[in-house]
Write a protein of this length. Structure first.
Length: 75
């Protein structure tokens, strides 16, 4: 899936992946997509919760070799 911006949050622990995602989403226009890479086990819970609370859409979530990939459409 196409994305407008990307954030590599691998190596960061909770709450940094979500805080950096929030900051990276700020300049994006509504409807643009941010791809987030993370390897923090808590991100599996934190990222969907952040999206729901902030009004963004989590449009895809996957994991490969311990690295999670999230596609977030800015609300």
């Amino acid at each position: 899936m196409d994305h407008t911006a990307e954030l590599d949050a691998t190596g960061l622990l909770c709450p940094l992946p979500v805080l950096k995602a929030r900051k990276r989403l700020q300049p994006l226009a509504s409807g643009e997509v941010l791809k987030v890479l993370a390897d923090d086990p808590a991100a599996i819970i934190d990222v969907p919760h952040f999206c729901a609370e902030a009004g963004h859409a989590l449009i895809a979530q996957s994991e490969d070799a311990g690295v999670q990939t999230y596609l977030i459409r800015k609300g």
